[in-house]
Design a protein around this ligand. Structure first.
Ligand SMILES: Nc1nc2c(c(=O)[nH]1)N(C=O)[C@@H](CNc1ccc(C(=O)N[C@@H](CCC(=O)O)C(=O)O)cc1)CN2
Ligand SMILES: Nc1ncnc2c1ncn2[C@@H]1O[C@H](COP(=O)(O)OP(=O)(O)OP(=O)(O)O)[C@@H](O)[C@H]1O
Length: 196
C-alpha cells in the first residue's frame, strides 16, 4: 500500500478491503467519525457544510448528516449529473433523500447549481484513500476534482476514511485536488500538509 500503483488497481484493492468489514464495523466507524467531526471547531462554527450520503461500504454518514441538520447547520448534498459534475441541494432530514444513479441517495430539494459548493464553510469528501500530502483517491469519475476546484483554499476539506486508508503516497495526476484533512475512526482528525 506504500507503493505508487495504478489508480484502478488501488481502487480495487481498497474496495476489496472495505468489503471485508462487517456492518457493525462500518456503523461503529460512522459513529466515531460523527463524534469527532461534530467537535471540530470549523464544523461547530460552519453555517453551511457540503457533505454526502454514504454508499455501500463507505463509513456511515447518515447519523452525522442528521446531527448537523438537527443543530441547525445548513447541509448541502451532491446530485450526480450525467457528465459526473456535482449539483448541490439541501438536506432537510432523512425523508428528503431519493434514490439516484449507482444506488446513491440524493437530495430531493431544488438544485442550487454546481457552484453552490463554493458557499460551504466546510466540505466533507468521500474517498477510498488519502495520502499525507492530501492527495485523494476517489471513485474515478473526477466529480470531486471538479467540485473542489471551486472551493476556496481557506475552506476545510475533510476526507472520511477507515483506519489504514491514510497512506504515505498515492499517485497524483495534474487534475487531482488535495484535501486539507482526513478523519479516521480511531485517530480522529489529521491535518494534512502539502501545497496545492
Ligand atoms: N457516497 C458517495 N456519494 C457520492 C460519491 C461518492 O464517492 N460517495 N461521488 C464521488 O465522486 C459522487 C458519485 N460518484 C459515483 C461514481 C461511481 C459510483 C459507482 O459505484 N460506480 C460503479 C458502477 C456501479 C453500477 O454500475 O451500478 C463503477 O463505476 O464500477 C458511485 C458513485 C457523488 N456522490
Ligand atoms: N476538471 C476536470 N474536468 C473534466 N474532467 C476531469 C476534471 N478533473 C478530472 N477529470 C476527469 O475525471 C477522471 C477521473 O479522475 P480521478 O481518477 O482523479 O477521479 P477521482 O478523484 O478518483 O474520482 P471522484 O472525484 O469522482 O471520486 C479523469 O479521467 C479526468 O480526466
Amino acid at each position: 500500500m506504500h507503493d505508487i500503483g495504478s489508480k484502478p488497481a488501488l481502487r480495487a484493492e481498497l474496495l476489496a478491503n472495505r468489503a471485508e468489514l462487517s456492518a457493525d464495523v462500518r456503523s461503529a466507524a460512522g459513529r466515531s467519525i460523527r463524534d469527532t467531526l461534530l467537535g471540530v471547531p470549523q464544523l461547530e462554527m460552519a453555517g453551511t457544510v457540503a457533505a454526502y450520503v454514504s454508499l455501500g461500504t463507505e463509513p456511515e454518514t447518515h447519523g452525522l448528516l442528521f446531527a448537523l441538520w438537527k443543530r441547525g447547520t445548513y447541509v448541502l448534498l451532491p446530485r450526480l449529473l450525467p457528465d459526473n459534475e456535482l449539483d448541490w441541494a439541501s438536506y432537510e432530514g432523512p425523508d428528503s433523500l431519493v434514490p439516484g444513479r449507482f444506488g446513491l441517495m440524493e437530495p430531493s430539494e431544488p438544485a442550487r447549481g454546481v457552484e453552490a459548493i463554493a458557499s460551504a464553510d466546510v466540505v466533507l469528501v468521500p474517498a477510498l484513500a488519502v495520502d499525507r500530502t492530501g492527495v485523494r483517491l476517489g471513485r474515478g469519475g473526477g466529480s470531486y476534482d471538479r467540485a473542489l476546484a471551486r472551493v476556496s483554499p481557506a475552506v476545510l476539506t475533510v476526507a472520511l476514511l477507515y483506519e489504514g486508508e491514510l497512506v504515505d503516497t498515492l499517485p497524483r495526476e495534474p487534475h487531482d485536488q488535495r484535501v486539507r484533512a482526513a478523519v479516521t475512526p480511531e485517530s480522529g482528525l489529521h491535518p494534512l500538509g502539502g501545497a496545492n
